[in-house]
Design a protein around this ligand. Structure first.
Ligand code: NAD
Length: 333
């Protein structure tokens, strides 16, 4: 059974997903939701989307009467995810939501609860959870090939341009670099080490308070402690270019990936040699796998459900608190 998808938010990432879906085997782009009529017209002709599957932000609740759409993929600014996903759930459709799931754990949990109450699935667009080289490193770790895992380093950042964009507006972004790109190091630390952190420490630096206003983080270094004793040391930034590197160290070996989370190809090596798994467009595999998760209850190697999104948000909440107070924040309570 083919997953029939409508995309809500036809911006730059929405377009990337739409393009990638043209190569999917089990997922098909069939609908679009936008506040801009001209974009809907463009998508209708570019992706062969019927007019009856196009909606705007005022009327998309009517999607509940549309039998030709199974799932709505929400790709709007972070702070809008909550309202959009809850409306999708109330319309009785499954929801896929971009990362970060929301702007704090409480709102993320409300989204999980709303989808549960509506008996629809909620998945988060964690494309790295399906990436072949990433999955090979996870397999090696699970098979004990690194021995006891001791340390992870994650560096996630880029230099952000236009100061007027929503990513630098606390109301729409919910934060700064951490919500947008630092989340890759948080999520990566969890899937590379294979444990949930129990404490967080964090230090924030700001070189440009004019561009990065109150509540919009420019650079945060953070550390995570795991139950086994493993530790992670990470950097999230909007002012250093092309920072995209993971390093995992264990008693018997290591994995090193750079780029580690970009659109690819991902490159990496371990103590056993180069990672040679073929590159596939991340969003194409993601959408095919999500069809299997939604229709066949397939269990992915690393979860992509709403709860997984909330786990990262709890850590982000704790990082912000640790950076503000200078104190070590426990994640076990
Ligand atoms: P974008 O600015 O290119 O697109 C956002 C879309 O939302 C636009 O079409 C815009 O018109 C629409 N929108 C609706 N209401 C809006 C409002 N009130 N203000 C501003 N825009 C509004 O942004 P993007 O890069 O496509 O990011 C969208 C989401 O996708 C974000 O949550 C981001 O974190 C996520 N994303 C994920 C990845 C990934 O690799 N998984 C990559 C990029 C972006």
């Amino acid at each position: 059974r083919v997953l029939r998808v409508a995309i809500l938010g036809l911006g730059s990432y929405g377009t990337r997903v739409a393009d990638a879906m043209q190569s999917c085997k089990r997922a098909k782009l069939v609908g679009a939701i936008s506040g801009t009529p001209a974009k809907l017209k463009e998508w209708q002709s570019k992706y062969n989307i019927p007019e009856k599957n196009c909606y705007n932000y005022d009327n998309f609740d009517q999607i509940k009467n549309n039998k030709d759409i199974d799932v709505v993929y929400v790709i709007t600014p972070n702070a809008l995810h909550k309202e959009h996903v809850i409306r999708v759930a109330k319309a009785g459709k499954h929801a896929i939501c971009e990362k970060p799931l929301s702007v704090n754990a409480k709102d993320g949990q409300a989204m999980v609860d709303a989808c549960k109450a509506a008996n629809v699935k909620l998945l988060v667009g964690y494309r790295m959870h399906f990436e072949p080289k990433t999955l090979e490193v996870i397999r090696m770790r699970k098979d004990g090939e690194f021995g006891k895992v001791l340390f992870f380093q994650g560096l996630s950042g880029f230099t952000i341009g236009d100061p007027t964009q929503w990513r630098l507006n606390k109301q729409l972004a919910g934060g700064g670099a951490m919500m947008d790109i630092g989340i890759y190091s948080i999520n990566g630390a969890r899937y590379m080490i294979g444990e949930e952190p129990v404490w967080v420490t964090a230090q924030e630096t700001k070189t440009n308070p004019e561009k990065f206003k109150e509540g919009v983080d420019e650079t945060i270094q953070f550390q995570l402690g795991f139950p086994s004793g493993a530790v992670a040391s990470c950097l999230s930034t909007y002012t250093m270019n092309n920072l995209d590197k993971f390093f995992l160290n264990g008693e018997k070996g290591f994995a090193e990936m750079q780029p580690s989370t970009g659109y690819g190809p991902i490159k990496g090596r371990t103590h056993k040699g180069e990672l040679t798994q073929p590159h596939m467009t991340h969003q194409t595999i993601q959408m095919d796998e999500m069809a299997a998760i939604i229709f066949d209850n397939k269990k992915p190697v690393v979860p992509v459900d709403g709860e997984e999104g909330v786990r990262d948000l709890k850590i982000i909440d704790a990082i912000f608190l640790a950076a503000k107070t200078g104190k070590k924040v426990s994640l076990t309570v």
